[in-house]
Design a protein around this ligand. Structure first.
Ligand SMILES: [Zn+2]
Ligand SMILES: [Zn+2]
Length: 127
């Protein structure tokens, strides 16, 4: 299948939030910043979609938390899944890779804010 036509689906643990993307997604970036550690419980592994590629199918339990002046984070207020990160006014949305249904057809290619990572784990080895 051509990547431009590829449909991916995903959602939270309780399925109160379900989403769909169409087309090529960015490969997965691990973010180790403090905010991402706190919101995910570890590090934030996310792909990114243009808003034109992204559709919320279910959003009954989706809530947004303004985590800074610059961005907000989307989570499920029923099961607690951490789903999205979005810079204010951006035309893209970051989507946590673990909420995508398999196969994702993605690879993890980047670590960012590694200087903020906690001391209990080693960096994931990237291809
Ligand atoms: Zn949920
Ligand atoms: Zn981060």
């Amino acid at each position: 299948m051509a990547e431009v036509d590829r449909v991916r689906t995903g959602g939270c643990l309780c399925e109160g939030v379900r989403y769909k993307t169409v087309g090529e997604l960015r490969d997965v970036t691990n973010c180790f910043c403090i905010q991402c550690q706190k919101t995910s419980g570890h590090h934030f592994a996310a792909t990114e979609a243009d808003l034109s590629q992204f559709e919320l199918v279910n959003h009954a339990t989706l809530r947004w938390y303004e985590s800074s002046d610059a961005a907000k984070r989307g989570f499920c207020n029923h099961c607690g899944s951490s789903l999205f990160w979005q810079r204010n006014g951006a035309q893209t949305i970051s989507i946590t890779a673990g909420t995508l249904d398999k196969p994702t057809y993605l690879a993890t290619t980047r670590n960012i804010f590694v200087e903020d990572k906690s001391d209990y784990h080693d960096l994931p080895v990237l291809k």
